[in-house]
Design a protein around this ligand. Sequence first.
Ligand SMILES: Cc1cc2nc3c(=O)[nH]c(=O)nc-3n(C[C@H](O)[C@H](O)[C@H](O)COP(=O)(O)O)c2cc1C
Length: 220
Amino acid sequence: MKFDFSDLGELENYCEKNGYKIHFDPDTKILSSPLHINKREFNNRFCVHPMEGSDADENGAVTDLVTARYKKFAKGGSALIWFEAVSVVPEGRASANQLLINEENLDGFKKLIETIKEEGLSANGFEPVVIMQLTHSGRFSKPDGKPLPLIAYHHSELDKKHNIADDLECVTDEYIDTLPEKFAKAAALAQKAGFDGVDVKCCHRYLLHEFLSAFDRPGK
Ligand SMILES: Cc1cc2nc3c(=O)[nH]c(=O)nc-3n(C[C@H](O)[C@H](O)[C@H](O)COP(=O)(O)O)c2cc1C
């Protein structure tokens, strides 16, 4: 699939040639019009996707680099900033510099949200809505920079691809049972910090995603 279209005409031609029946409206006003979802007001239809920056400190706290990135996103003017994956437990971090939210580093997240909202307001006249993505990296966990996979089940293709030993123990039901409370606690902390909501990450083969296909996993 080609992704480098220089104008709408090129994209329309591509679709027509390939039999994709898509209507394109040359009027893009809709993108700058507001949207209401329940009680939330979104100033426009743009969203910054969640993107892990791997620039937290070694304990997962917000750094100047994290703040600088989000200040730029806020200045960019998207109504919605879908904040990157933030781990709910230290062992579930995808890198030694992934963000982690806990009581100890909550102030950093509070200041960051203040900065994002202030920057949005002063640059664009509105505060962006900011959603935190909560995650446990499961088989991709590298809390100290080295792989320490936590898997729900053995996957023939992914185990091979990521050098997961056949005899690696899967996470126990007891361990899994501790996680809902940890996600809930992280969500409550995100709310305290001033985030407008959270998303529980169940994609990209991270731990919760694995449960969507863990048919052969023994136990409950
Ligand atoms: C560096 C990088 C980090 C990403 N981190 C996350 C993440 O934390 N959470 C998530 O759901 N997706 C993440 N993604 C996926 C993006 O949000 C996005 O959906 C994906 O890159 C496809 O959009 P694109 O074609 O514009 O790149 C990441 C992508 C990149 C390139």
